[in-house]
Design a protein around this ligand. Structure first.
Ligand code: SF4
Length: 306
């Protein structure tokens, strides 16, 4: 995930302009004393697609096959801006042109099945940006695309961000994408943020065992190997999280430190892990390690990282 440090501070009405923790504030308390979790459906509808827009992973399932691309963009424009009729249609055509759709006036009258995967994703981005949101959430926007189109979409997002000043929150598993365009990274595991720092700091010196394992699994041209590394086990399903640190059943660090015999091992887990990684403790309501600053502007949620 990333955001533009400066641009995020303009997310008025949904985010308190407090620096690097602003995006987390988007979920809860908002500026002007508003809490978006307590908003009514009508109030939320004004924000969704208006001030906060979203681009989904698979554009074909997000576009309505029985409406033209132009009609689908116009719907949002008429809902969230004063533009109506011909004016809203002109805005749809203008946005398709801005995201690089050739002959946008003709293409706006076509249905989604006439568009290639890359063009559909561009159309989704045009739709998301047509109402000039202050925050764009892009959920795996390039996953369904081949690498050439991926690069085009990333460059498009980057140039639109610098042109319009919007904040961009990117959700991705692709560390290559992160290294290309992100300013700040929040690494999440099983629904919790486990590490947060600038992209450069995370890539040069990841501190959380999960982030370290993720980077080891990333293929590199310079690395000659027959097998790529994997993180053993799988992510726990929602509501079935293990006690203590959610990563402990898969964590190489707690096993390593439990194996050397100098630290207190967990009797209960049978996993050969450190006691404090698996048990809940007073002051840590969930037993999950809290985020701590381990270097300037570098935060990690792990008992074993100093
Ligand atoms: S708290 Fe323990 S289990 Fe969790 S990441 Fe750190 S070492 Fe691993």
């Amino acid at each position: 995930m990333f955001h533009d440090r400066v641009a995020t501070s303009v997310v008025q009405g949904s985010v308190a302009p407090n620096g690097i923790h602003e995006l987390r504030a988007t979920i809860g308390e908002a500026a002007r004393g508003q809490n978006i979790l307590q908003m009514t459906d009508r109030e939320l509808r004004r924000i969704r697609g208006g001030r906060i827009a979203m681009v989904f992973q698979e554009p074909m399932s997000s576009l309505n096959p029985v409406y033209t691309i132009g009609e689908q963009i116009v719907e949002g424009v008429e809902l969230h801006t004063p533009r109506r009729g011909r004016d809203a249609w002109d805005r749809a055509v203008e946005m398709l042109g801005r995201v690089g759709i050739p002959d946008p006036a003709r293409r706006a009258r076509e249905y989604p099945h006439r568009f290639s995967g890359g063009m559909r994703q561009r159309a989704m981005i045009a739709m998301a940006l047509a109402c000039e949101p202050v925050l764009l959430i892009a959920d795996e926007p390039t996953t369904a695309l081949d690498v050439t189109i991926q690069l085009q979409i990333l460059e498009l997002l980057r140039s639109l961000q610098s042109q319009t000043g919007l904040s961009l929150l990117l959700i991705t598993h692709d560390l290559g994408v992160v290294s290309e365009i992100a300013d700040e990274v929040y690494v999440m595991y099983a629904g919790r943020i486990v590490e947060h720092a600038s992209t450069a700091a995370i890539l040069a010196g990841p501190r959380h065992p999960y982030t370290q394992a993720l980077l080891r699994c990333t293929p590199r041209l310079a690395l000659r190997t027959d097998r790529l590394e994997v993180i053993p086990g799988s992510v726990p399903s929602r509501g079935r999280h293990p006690s203590g640190c959610r990563f402990h059943p898969r964590c190489w660090l707690t096993r390593e430190r439990a194996a050397d015999g100098t630290r207190e091992r967990s009797e209960a887990s049978g996993h050969g892990v450190l006691r404090r990684c698996v048990e809940s403790f007073a002051g840590e309501a969930s037993g999950t390690p809290a985020m701590r600053e381990v270097a300037p502007e570098h935060f990690v949620a792990c008992w074993e990282v100093d």
